[in-house]
Write a protein that binds this ligand. Structure first.
Ligand code: CA
Length: 224
């Protein structure tokens, strides 16, 4: 699950990114409408947090362009304009929710979860393979009912693999979902996270294995 934060207030964007990361949600950041549209064209995001007051355009223009591209990505609008007209305007243009500044980060996280849950692809949020269960909306992994503590990227990785049990997940997709567009990656970056996840699953007594499909990617399946 990767989010795009479109917000020109750098401090707010950084605080949001940090708060989301603590809950296992990774994000990219765009400070202008132009950047936002480029990034939305280049990568697939689970949801967008969109500020309306951007330096180069109105956030509603970004939303309009997105919807005219038939992009259904969920959008939560953030704005200082707390009045009813702006609120209705945003929802009329295809926003999924609306939050007036100043807002509580917990509330934004709760709304993002609700928006993601309403999406078709996230309807079945509970993924189970062997004795491993993952709630992809609450971002909680349990092995036989006991919680396993994972970092944001480990959560992202387990989410990708558990959604495709018995199928190969190509390395490029994992790189795309685990790391931001701005990050330079070492060639073994993905291996490092797979190794850590394997170790944690093993320590927790999980009845699943993550196989390496050399030169292609990784596959999670129930242990024989
Ligand atoms: Ca702004």
């Amino acid at each position: 699950m990767r989010l795009l934060l479109v917000e020109d207030d750098r401090e707010l964007a950084e605080a949001l990114a940090a708060a989301l990361a603590r809950r296992g949600m990774s994000s990219d950041h765009a400070a202008t409408a132009d950047d936002a549209l480029l990034m939305l064209g280049a990568a697939r995001y689970s949801a967008v947090v969109l500020d309306l007051g951007l330096p180069d355009a109105d956030g509603l223009d970004v939303l309009r362009t997105l919807r005219s591209r038939q992009d259904p990505v969920p959008v939560v609008i953030l704005t200082a304009r707390g009045d009813t007209a702006a609120r209705i305007g945003g929802l009329d243009h295809g926003a999924d929710d609306y939050l007036a500044k100043p807002f509580d980060v917990e509330e934004l996280v709760a709304r993002l979860r609700a928006v993601l849950r309403r999406q078709g692809g996230f309807a079945g949020a509970e993924l189970t393979v062997g004795n491993v269960r993952f709630d992809s909306v609450a971002r909680e992994l349990t092995v036989e009912g006991r919680g396993v503590t994972l970092s944001a990227r480990e959560l992202e990785l387990v989410d990708l693999l558990l959604k495709r049990p018995g199928r190969v997940v190509v390395k490029a997709l994992i790189e795309d979902q685990l790391f931001g567009l701005s990050e330079t990656l070492g060639s073994n970056a993905v291996e490092v996270y797979v190794h850590r996840l394997r170790r944690k699953l093993e320590q927790a007594g999980a009845s699943v294995v993550i196989e390496t499909i050399r030169g292609v990617g990784y596959m999670l399946r129930a242990a024989a």
